[in-house]
Design a binder for this molecule. Structure first.
Ligand code: 5GP
Length: 211
């Protein structure tokens, strides 16, 4: 039986460049599956339904909550965002490392539900650079940018709850660092409970035979 994949939660301030980092990671390595979230926010220019997000009305989203079709959801700057359950479960079973690119409340919920999930926070090189990237993206009004900066301020307090941080500075290097971080997380004790328990059983069997 294939080993189950790892649930990988990636968070970072809006504008930290997580999206680009994820795309590169997935293009370069084929052991990852990126979960596509549902949201009630409006599509940005160039975004395609089913690719960046599944764009939903508030009613549709609330129905998904009611029918337990989401493994977690949160409200972020006045919109709902949530992770559809079916894709995550099937990809984990198939042995893929499933990446959820979600904000901090959702990340904390995942941590409570899946103790073997690995939580990684992507940092920008500096706060100044973060603001510059948000403004340069040119997709949001100044009010939304300010709301996102103030949300970043709140989220910064929660970074200690993550397992790792990766600074997103030079793209290629950050992709490699992220891949190395996830690869080494496979070796955490919490991700090898079955292996450990099998070896214990074998050891017991052998020592019982020797008695
Ligand atoms: P954006 O509107 O910039 O695409 O995303 C806003 C925030 O929502 C980002 O921090 C992103 O990581 C987060 N987000 C995206 N999908 C989900 C999700 O399924 N669940 C949660 N909790 N947050 C999400």
């Amino acid at each position: 039986m294939a080993k189950k994949g790892l649930l990988v939660v990636i968070s970072g301030f809006s504008g930290a460049g997580k999206g680009t980092l994820m795309k590169e990671l997935i293009n370069k390595y084929d052991n990852y599956a990126l979960s596509v979230s549902a949201t009630t926010r409006q599509p940005r220019e160039g975004e395609v339904d089913g690719r960046e997000y599944f764009f939903k009305t508030v009613d549709e989203f609330e129905n998904m909550i009611k029918n337990e079709q989401l493994i977690e959801y949160a409200k972020y700057v006045n919109n709902y965002y949530g992770t559809p359950r079916a894709y995550v479960d099937s990809q984990l079973e198939a042995g893929k490392d499933v990446i959820l690119e979600i904000e901090i409340q959702g990340a904390m919920n995942i941590k409570k539900m899946y103790e073997d999930a690995v939580l990684i926070f992507i940092l920008p090189p500096s706060a100044e650079e973060l603001k510059r990237r948000l403004v340069g993206r040119n997709t949001e009004t100044i009010d939304v940018i300010n709301a996102r900066m103030s949300r970043a301020n709140e989220e910064a307090v929660g970074i200690e709850n993550y397992d790792y941080v990766v600074v997103n500075d030079i793209l290629d290097e950050s992709v490699e660092e992220l891949h190395r971080t996830i690869s080494s997380a496979h070796n955490r004790v919490v991700n090898n409970i079955n292996l450990i328990s099998n070896i214990r059983d074998e050891l017991n069997n052998i020592s019982n035979k020797n008695c």
